[in-house]
Design a protein around this ligand. Structure first.
Ligand code: APR
Length: 251
């Protein structure tokens, strides 16, 4: 099915959708200037070693390096603006009876574009917690941190004086149970799923689109490259092009 036919079919399905799930990855924030992870040249993992920055062992070994790196990423997010794709997702939620928004991203651009109750499967840069006792950290979080900053002492927990860590899911850690359960339940229930800007590399999050399709949902990827199984349907192109068109077509 060519993209225009797939687009028309998807609009038709959205018009009668009882429950839409929007599932997003780093690609939806790319046009806001936030790096994706696996782009061969600009991706974060092409420039940084996740083993040195995105694991509990990395934080234990050098908390100031990890805290500085996430403070730099938080600075980038705070300086970025939601793009047309984020704004279109917020409009979708106003046009349909039930929309569940699930993201793997740790930025808050969907919320800043107006989406409510976004399910963050991999945590978020806007919050932090104690590495020792896991209690939330309620103090200020550093911004204005440059990419060249490679050491920034993390604050201390008010309860146990432990070191404060970013509230993101690191490699080797489980995803938050409640969010995972909400996401899988929505995937099984929805009749349309838009999987936007994700390479589908990281499980269990990557299971969500296939779970929706297995339960009969109309699953469409929106991605600058064809993605998923050969039988999967992809609107190939930029999310900031396809999503506003989708919403304009049926809203
Ligand atoms: N529009 C649509 N898709 C895009 C755009 C765009 N403008 N730019 C990039 N993409 C697509 C890429 O083709 C790729 O398939 O977005 C996807 C980004 O893939 P990744 O960089 O692997 O990011 P993601 O899928 O979100 O990674 C999942 O991996 O490292 C972990 O925790 C991290 O949440 C992340 C998880």
């Amino acid at each position: 099915m060519n993209s225009e036919a797939l687009f028309a079919q998807t609009v038709k399905r959205l018009r009668t959708a009882r429950h839409l799930v929007v599932f997003t990855g780093a690609g939806i924030s790319a046009q806001s200037g936030i790096s994706t992870f696996r782009d061969p040249s600009t991706g974060l993992w092409a420039r940084y070693d996740p083993k040195e920055l995105a694991t509990p062992a990395a934080f234990a070994k050098d908390p100031a390096l990890v805290w500085a790196w996430y403070s730099w990423r938080r600075t980038l997010v705070n300086e970025a603006q939601p793009n047309a794709a984020h704004l279109a997702v917020a409009r979708l939620a106003q046009c349909l009876p039930l929309v569940t928004i699930i993201t793997q991203n740790v930025d808050d651009l969907l919320e800043r574009a107006g989406s409510k109750e976004v399910i963050h499967l991999h945590g978020d840069l806007a919050s932090a917690r104690c590495f020792q006792c896991n209690r939330p950290y309620l103090g200020p979080l550093p911004v204005g941190v440059g990419e060249d900053c490679d050491s920034l002492e993390p604050p201390r927990c008010a309860h146990c004086n432990g070191q404060v860590r970013p509230n993101v899911v690191w490699f080797g850690e489980g995803m938050p149970e409640q969010e995972l359960d909400q996401a899988f339940t929505a995937a099984r229930d929805c009749d349309v799923m838009l999987s936007i800007g994700t390479s589908g590399n990281v499980y269990p999050a990557a299971r969500i689109p296939t779970l929706a399709a297995e339960h009969g949902a109309w699953l469409v990827h929106i991605n600058i490259e064809s993605i998923g199984a050969a039988s999967d349907k992809t609107l190939v192109g930029d999310a900031t092009q396809w999503l506003p068109r989708l919403v304009d077509a049926f809203a």
